[in-house]
Design a protein around this ligand. Structure first.
Ligand code: PMP
Length: 366
């Protein structure tokens, strides 16, 4: 060993390089996580350093990196909470089959927690949801049931119609019902909102957020209304969806949009539209082009709704001053969309030319 390993020739004093026990100071708390569930939440926030400046904004935009949760999205938080509540209340017991409607990220989170805790689960998802999400759910050992995207959600073959049918047909089954479950907004009221306030030392001038179930908007929004009433809360909603208030904003005639995870044709029980000071509508093109810019200009490997969030924030924050702080959520990651907006071919086929960074095309001139 002496001869083969060059390090062994160094004396003890030489070995106390920057890596020695004395000099090295950890930047994070000592210890290890006992399980994957303990890794949920406490996500970092990062400043955007190029896009706001290029868009002529004077304020700061901070991105809450929810895609760094272990399941890859913000939905891990509320799924963990719904499991804890249902188990504590004796509603969910070992051996039960969990059935849940989802736009994918809740499905991934439920399949992750089910893998850890040993439950069987069936995730009901619209056909528009990416195959990448289905692949993750299936790899975790859960089953995916697809429903037609143009079907009314409450009809027999729609999202909720199918869940209700499966619930009746499958004995010993259980539905969390994320669209009405009080644990969904409460987890954001108890954790996400407090983390943001702490991370920005309570100096938050604006929060810009979108809704799928409304859990994030309602939970974070209500905490801010109580603790930081001067913060302006702005909701964003895809054209075609009906979440915006007043309803006159929702006059777009399309019933399909590409951005996954936000918006529905009905207002869920978990969404408090009035917690927002105002709402703005966003479209697929501006959102997905912004998602590509977040990847290329900020190095953030995020998903579709993160692009929508920054596109909305750029519109909403135009009048804010230097030093003002705006918060947006990076709800999920690039992993879910490798064959969708991440692909130039897909973007071009949809008519959303990706904004390519000219610095990366220097070789065109050779
Ligand atoms: N973005 C993405 C990608 C999502 O999957 C979701 C949840 N469906 C949201 C945003 C919105 O979260 P919430 O359900 O808390 O409204």
């Amino acid at each position: 060993v002496e001869k083969k390993c060059p390090w062994s020739r160094l004396g003890a004093s030489d070995r106390s390089s920057p890596h020695s026990k004395q000099d090295w100071k950890p930047k994070y708390p000592k210890g290890v996580y006992p399980d994957v569930l303990s890794m949920i939440g406490n996500t970092p926030m990062v400043k955007l350093n190029r896009i706001p400046q290029k868009e002529g904004l004077e304020c700061n935009i901070y991105a809450k990196c929810e895609f760094l949760n272990p399941g890859g999205s913000i939905k891990d938080r509320m799924v963990k909470r719904m499991f804890e509540d249902a188990e504590r209340q004796g509603l969910l017991k070992p051996g039960m089959v969990i059935i849940e409607p989802s736009s994918g990220n809740t499905g991934i989170a439920i399949a992750t927690v089910s893998a850890i805790k040993g439950y069987t689960c069936i995730i009901v998802m619209a056909e528009k949801i990416s195959n990448e999400k289905e692949a993750v759910i299936t790899a975790l050992g859960a089953t995916v049931c697809r429903v037609p995207v143009f079907e009314d959600s409450f009809s027999r073959n729609g999202l909720f119609g199918t869940v209700n049918r499966l619930r009746k047909e499958i004995p010993n089954s259980f539905v969390f019902d994320q669209f009405n479950n009080p644990g969904n907004p409460l987890t954001h009221y108890d954790t996400t909102a407090n983390e943001i306030l702490h991370q920005l030392d309570h100096k938050v001038d604006m929060v810009v957020f979108g809704g799928g179930t409304g859990g994030t908007i309602t939970g974070v929004g209500r905490k801010f209304r109580e603790v930081s009433p001067e913060t302006v809360l702005v909701g964003f909603d895809p054209e075609g969806s009906k979440f915006a208030f007043p309803d006159s904003l929702n006059s777009h005639r399309n019933t399909f949009w590409e951005i996954e995870g936000i918006g529905y044709e009905f207002v869920p029980g978990a969404l408090d539209q009035l917690v927002c000071d105002y709402w703005i509508k966003i479209n697929d093109k501006e959102s997905l082009q912004m998602a590509r810019r977040l990847i290329q200009e900020e190095g953030l490997l995020i998903g579709m709704s993160s692009g929508a969030a920054v596109a909305a924030a750029v519109k909403a924050a135009k009048h804010l001053k230097k030093g003002d702080n705006v918060v947006v959520f990076m709800a999920d990651s690039i992993r879910n969309y490798m064959t969708k907006f991440v692909s130039n071919t897909w973007m071009q086929a949809k008519g959303f030319q990706p904004c390519l960074n000219p610095h990366n095309f220097w070789w065109w001139d050779l």
